[in-house]
Design a protein around this ligand. Sequence first.
Ligand SMILES: *Cc1c(COP(=O)(O)O)cnc(C)c1O
Length: 415
Amino acid sequence: MAYSGRARESYQNELANLRDQGLFKEERYIHAPQGAEIEVEFPTGNPPRKVINMCANNYLGLSSHPEVVAAAHAGLDHRGYGMSSVRFICGTQDIHRELENKLTEFLGTEDTLLFPSCMDANAGVFEAVLSEQDVMIADRLVHASIVDGMRLCKAMQDTFKHSDMGHLEEKLVEHQDKRFRMVITDGVFSMDGDIARLDAIVALAEKHDAMVFVDDSHASGFIGKTGRGTHEHCGVVGRMDVITTTLGKALGGASGGCVSGRRELVEMCRQRARPYLFSNTVAPVIVSGALKVLDLISATTERRDKLETNTVYWRKLLTDAGFDIKPGESPIVPVMLYNAKLAQDVARDLFAEGIYVVGFFFPVVAKGQARIRTQLSAAHEKHHLDAAIAAFVKVGKKYGILGLGKNQIIEKYGL
Ligand SMILES: *Cc1c(COP(=O)(O)O)cnc(C)c1O
């Protein structure tokens, strides 16, 4: 027996430690399609309960949109279920290239390459275009998949303090001896919902001869006047060198990602990026759904406008009720609780009140920065948000946190 008692015991101890520290993650089973209202089995074994969903990345409400579902059905009928091959052998259909061209047009870039996921896009892109002679300079709060992608690349790694343009400029000056410099950032940061200062980053990159990379997973489809992303919001469309993004959030929410940007950089990924070369890409059914998503959001800004209205309304409701929220414009609205146990208790009580949110705490966010991250969707109607704030106020009163600022919450509950 190769899986010895010693191995089993060691893993059991490690898992028990996670439970003791309150870091053990439990899955919750949803018995319905993704939407503003879902049926959730929680705790596991209980009959599913109908709750208002405030923690999905279903920003545009397209995850179960009837036209997207119909397009996916048609794709299944016309192009089959599976490809049984990676792209460059016999895993590319006409619709894969059609989707890449549509993404290129939507993002305002030169070319696009699909990946199985944005995690894979980030895992492949740096190694494909940078070498030992180059340097990657990343914002300190970039997504975990970027951190992993950078690890797989031989270029030198450096960081700048979160959104600190002075520090970024110091780093760009420091690394002038390198062949290429690439500045790397998220477009919208997923935990705080703040938006990268892409206009300033692009200006610095142009001044100091650097490429700019942005992961726009929490922005594509809804940030910017026509939803093209952070580069549109910051007025730098056409000046981005690499954009990676996901189809797994606003753009239908199924799966898939891409590298979009300068023609040669995308072509280097097609030649060299390992997740592209050695893993199947998105299935035809998903490609067909994503094509419909791009048609829908290119035809009208109605959904991103409704999301914006919902976001402004929800931020005002929370602020007026006396919650301590991270200010900003994105539909990621963190309700700050600082104490990890408090965040979990509040999330549990909200679930009992019919509102589905999740508490985030270390190591997902820094110690002492525990929070409930609420996320808006164009699928939310005003009555959903009104019901949600009533529940938040009820639970907020129970814990006596309404009207309290950071220091007062910490004084009351500790860190
Ligand atoms: C969600 C997310 C990803 C991962 O996207 P997948 O397509 O699900 O792999 C990558 N980067 C950022 C910034 C994300 O928020």
